[in-house]
Design a protein around this ligand. Structure first.
Ligand code: ATP
Ligand code: MG
Length: 283
């Protein structure tokens, strides 16, 4: 007789998930505790052996993690398309955030890691890229294209799609012809998504508190947001004194990895002490 309530313990289910075991491949209910625990031990032992061998192979061969490889591939693709890679500080001023209307009335404000009254860890790259746009405006050539890839920080509660530290790619093209902006945003998004090896994606228009109307890139049945894009002239431009037309889009690199690997959880692909290139380390 199968007892309907005799299933994996929470600890067993968590452990199997950590090891990346798909529970659908095994019976969900058991006749006896002994039968369940025996199967658990068998699956765990086999998986641990396999994972140790995989980790060994990865470390012995040497090379980059998927996160680092994707950053490099995207960087190369954008540089080939005339973009300049920039690097700006991780610590930014609260006044730069305020210029993005990220103040007490904006939910994002409460997700910001403040260092002191004047400084915080950047929750996005946009304030720094806006600041660069102000200086690049003086260069008498259009288009001007640049991008940054780097860590951003947000206090988050949903762990399946969010990390407290994540890697943002933000690209900007200044001087895009007004009638071409939307098309261009889609074209640049396609370049990034294809570089990440993702075929299952779609575009969605959305309203954002910070950016007004935005173009989101979304993947899969679960509608995983990969990116949000915007275009100028834009209501935020006045605070920076910018009058150019532009397009810009921000992608989460770990979200791109999640989608390309078909994973439902972002933790495996984050900067982490628990995982290396998707492999659980405490095995
Ligand atoms: P979400 O609604 O999924 O929380 P968002 O709209 O707040 O995301 P944006 O500000 O639009 O995020 O940031 C641009 C991109 O950065 C997102 O589309 C996503 O890919 C990525 N991203 C944002 N927050 C996180 C996070 N905490 N962890 C991982 N990636 C993130
Ligand atoms: Mg968004």
């Amino acid at each position: 007789m199968i007892l309907n309530d005799l299933t994996w313990t929470n600890t067993q289910a968590r452990r199997l998930k950590e090891l990346g075991v798909g529970l659908d491949d095994f019976p969900g209910f058991f006749s006896t505790l002994g039968e369940r625990d025996k199967l658990f031990q068998k699956i765990e032992k086999k998986k641990v052996r396999k994972e140790r061998a995989r980790l060994k192979k990865f470390l012995v061969k040497g090379g980059k993690t998927s996160l680092e490889s994707l950053v490099d591939d995207i960087s190369l693709a954008l540089c080939k398309h005339g973009f300049t890679r920039v690097a700006t500080p991780v610590i930014i001023s609260m006044s730069a955030l305020a210029k993005m209307t990220v103040d007490k009335d904006n939910p994002l404000f409460h997700q910001v890691y403040k260092i002191n009254e004047k400084q915080c860890l950047r929750p996005m790259l946009a304030p720094s890229l806006y600041s660069l746009m102000v200086d690049f405006c003086r260069v008498d050539h259009r288009p001007i294209r640049f991008f940054e890839i780097g860590s951003c920080f947000r206090k988050e509660s949903d762990g399946a799609r969010h990390n407290k530290e994540f890697t943002m790619l933000n690209l900007v093209e200044m001087g895009t012809a007004p009638e071409k902006r939307y098309e261009r945003l889609e074209e640049l998004s396609r370049l990034i998504v294809k570089t990440a090896g993702i075929n299952d994606f779609r575009f969605e228009k959305e309203d954002s508190r910070v950016y007004g109307t935005t173009l989101d890139v979304v993947s899969g049945k679960e509608s995983l947001e990969l990116a949000s894009g915007a275009m100028g002239p834009h209501p935020l431009d006045a605070a920076w004194g910018i009058t150019d037309t532009w397009v810009g889009i921000g992608f989460g690199i770990e979200r791109l990895l999640m989608a390309s690997k078909g994973d439902t959880s972002i933790g495996r692909w984050a900067k982490s002490l628990s995982y290396l290139d998707g492999m659980r380390l405490s095995i």
